[in-house]
Design a binder for this molecule. Sequence first.
Ligand SMILES: Cc1cc2nc3c(=O)[nH]c(=O)nc-3n(C[C@H](O)[C@H](O)[C@H](O)COP(=O)(O)O)c2cc1C
Length: 216
Amino acid sequence: MKLMAFNGSPRKKGNTATMIEHALEGARGAGAEVELIHLYHLDFKGCSSCFACKRHGRREIGVCALKDDLQPVLERFREADALLLGTPVYYSCELACTRAFLERLQFPYLNYADYSKPHFPGKIATGLIYTMNVPESRLDELGYPSMFERTRANLARHFGSCELLLSTNTTQYSDYDKFETGFDKNDKARQRAEQFPRDLQAAKELGARLARGYQA
Ligand SMILES: Cc1cc2nc3c(=O)[nH]c(=O)nc-3n(C[C@H](O)[C@H](O)[C@H](O)COP(=O)(O)O)c2cc1C
């Protein structure tokens, strides 16, 4: 069982990466082989709308024609048994890097002739982790749940299933006295000490579930 994990954050040791690392620990513990890709540090763009992946008579199904740093990663992903994507929220949605990745990952597998029959061979377990500044109590007011669900449902449609995990009220700075903020630094310190460890444990458990593979 091979789990491929993708970090959309520019920060290799930030909140998202830490959540992913814990998920990978859980997956390794359950016997999975894991690979982590820091997407932001690859040179790639989103879908170019060339439609090579939709052309009749194409040599391969489910392959993106763009040749860049993401291409060999997408090739390896075809052999993966599970996928984990972690992303911060920027401006109330996934940051640009994650969106570009999702376009390139999913569009070649989207069957334009029949959306219910994706071109991806078989079904795999996938997980989607979001980290964000805002506290859980504000998610509905800001309309975030529909954004999370849209992306989760898209992954499930392409690959068979997708589990969502959120880490809210994250810490953005190590020292809140040094930067502009509207957040209460004591509240942030409390969440870091109390809530974040629970989120990390949930990530570890998610990783272990992904390592068990697709469950109908
Ligand atoms: C440009 C930018 C925009 C952001 N926009 C939001 C936002 O709309 N909502 C939110 O909850 N957090 C927002 N954040 C905060 C990050 O989502 C949050 O700190 C996240 O945990 C960062 O993850 P990382 O440490 O893995 O980079 C933003 C951060 C940046 C840098």
